[in-house]
Design a protein around this ligand. Structure first.
Ligand code: SF4
Length: 213
């Protein structure tokens, strides 16, 4: 998608299942074929369109503001200039926008036609990276992003980051789940320092269980 569409998709996707967010985005696109008209929309017109995404009311209030701020800062609703900005400056520019966090910023840069070489760290990538030791256990999402970007080979292009994001996300959704990860089925179990993380026999969540336990 174009970067503005990708940014809007990323913003309404926060804490929401992919299929729910995609359906909401498609309804929003149909209701507002020209994104600039969102600046004139009342949140009460937007909320029912994107519901049931998480915090639909907050997102409905933020979207017109977000679009207005982009137009004010750039003079037009266009983010193509981010293709040529240094990566850290592009990330900073996006994360200064209202309601845009590091995940939405990276998704805008990597998933869109901008095709920037940057890692999108969602909740699954964040969890898997900490369990695998690619980021520290106490790292928040920003620190995990920094750690992954530091370790990524310098010659990786946008496609490599895109692929890694979706592989780690799929791994986090299907095997390395939040509760009860299926370590016995995991192809990374030989090297993972957190093998066995999950619940004990009473069903209590345990932070760490050694491979020999
Ligand atoms: S061994 Fe377990 S904790 Fe480690 S990556 Fe695989 S599923 Fe996740």
């Amino acid at each position: 998608m174009d970067p503005v569409s990708q940014l809007i998709k990323a913003v309404i996707s926060g804490r929401t299942y992919d299929e729910v967010a995609w359906a909401a985005f498609i309804r929003l696109r149909a209701a507002f074929p020209n994104w600039a008209t969102l600046t004139l929309a009342d949140p009460s017109q937007i909320e029912p369109v994107i519901d049931p995404v998480t915090q639909a009311g907050d997102k409905a209030r933020r979207l017109p503001i977000l679009i207005r701020v982009i137009i004010l800062k750039r003079g037009a609703l266009n983010l193509d200039f981010l293709r040529d900005e240094p990566l850290h400056e592009a990330m900073e520019w996006l994360t200064r926008l209202p309601g845009v966090g590091i995940k939405a910023a990276a998704a805008t840069l990597n998933f869109s036609t901008l095709a920037r070489a940057v890692m999108t760290v969602d909740t699954h990538v964040h969890r898997v990276s900490r369990r695998l030791g690619l980021s520290a256990r106490g790292d928040d999402r920003e620190l995990a992003y920094d750690a992954l970007m530091e370790q990524a080979p310098a010659d990786w292009d946008a496609d490599r980051f895109f692929e890694l994001h979706w592989l780690m996300k799929a791994h986090g959704q299907s095997i390395c789940t939040h509760f009860d990860p299926a370590c016995d089925l995991c192809v990374l179990r030989e090297t993972c320092p957190r093998i066995g993380v999950g619940r004990d026999q009473e069903g209590e969540v345990v932070a760490f269980r050694s491979p020999d336990a």
